[in-house]
Design a protein around this ligand. Sequence first.
Ligand code: URP
Ligand code: ZN
Ligand code: ZN
Length: 468
Amino acid sequence: MTTLIKNGTVVTAGDTFKADVLIEGEKVTLIGQNLAGEGHEVIDAEGLLLLPGGIDVHTHLDLPFGGTTCSDDFFTGHRAAAFGGTTTHIDFAIQPIGGTLRQGVGEWHHKAEGKACIDYGFHVAITDLRPEVMDEIPTLIDEGVTSLKLFMAYKGLFQVDDTTLFRAMLKAAENGMLIMVHAENGDVIAELVPKLLAEGKTDPKYHAVAHPALAEGEATGRAIALAGIAGAPLYVVHMTCQEAIEQLQLGRAKGLRVMGETCTQYMFVFEEDLARPGYEGAKFVCSPPVRQPKDAEILWKALADNTLQAVSTDHAVFWYEGGVKGRIPGKELGLGNFAKIPNGMPGIEDRMPVMWHHGVNGGRFNANRFVEITATNPAKIFGLYPRKGTIAVGSDADIVLWDPNKEHTISAETHHMNTDYNVYEGMQVKGWPARTLLRGQSIVVGTEWHGQQGGGAFLRRSPHAEVL
Ligand code: URP
Ligand code: ZN
Ligand code: ZN
């Protein structure tokens, strides 16, 4: 089957140009001017931009966490992503304690099978680095899993010590794999939490007190130093604050191969939201926590000047009212104890429109940089480029027909994520997907779902991805 997208304006990380795009099967095969429509299905994109499908490299679908499970699975999460213009994501397969890395990957394949409707890959989160697990690391490359995540926080659950982190870095460096870290000082947090609870400080707002910005800055600096010693490239996930960004700037200025992402919510949700009346602040509990508006300004600047290379979501979604409404338990688990609030926020559907509106319309960066941080850099860093992350001959035809003039009010009433609240409730944005194509197939047209459960493909990623 061939499809010709006519009259659109192609936006890549490097260029903006008016062109017609021919798709044969799953690939872009020709980009040119005034291509003849005969024999093709023709989609008229007059007035629309053609953006590469968004790539969200930090998500948690169907993750068991905090005494419950994330409420979006590989169907609902994928459908929501596609409505927001994201066609690829990379989820975290978690090594079971006492188990192997492959078991974690196998479990995540099972979660996705028959459900996936966009393309996906896996990172592996190492939780238990026994000697035999160390030997297993390079074998993951054959499975198409080329990035390893280690948590410096969540003591007693996912947290690893510096020895483990450093050993993993050495192994990654030897094999062209990429280390990712959740950088917070988990030991400090584990001291602060019981102290606050003992003082009767149990409300959601104390989550931020227990996770100080300095603890994020300290862990970020430590991870960067360890990576520098190991000669390993490093990608710091969900960076939130000045203290952490400063460490990244320092590392990059020293020529260390360190990169970072932030997540959309850190530019819009703040500590004051954790203190909303009643228990509402629980909606916004995630780790690291939301910070101050002054940190958001630093993050915007870091995204614009390439201190940060990518924006993702850390989509880890729970019901606000879960068990109490007969659903799987959600945020209510932490009533009376902020440390029991399942950590995470929804966002996989909102990232592209929110970042477009406030980034591009807001004059913080141009449309090319938007494409770079939402698709191209994620593809390059994680071994998917140029198959994904751009619109070019030979690339997968993952294309979003983006209407820069379409206005939309974000709301849980209309979103597709499997939860009862939206972090950006009431936010008015201009710029919205008119149509989303995955490998040449229209999976969203306007407000209609055309995707297929099982239509998403697992992406085997390359090692030795780029360090930007
Ligand atoms: O609060 C968060 N971020 N939940 C998901 C797990 C993680 O730390 O990424
Ligand atoms: Zn994390
Ligand atoms: Zn995460």
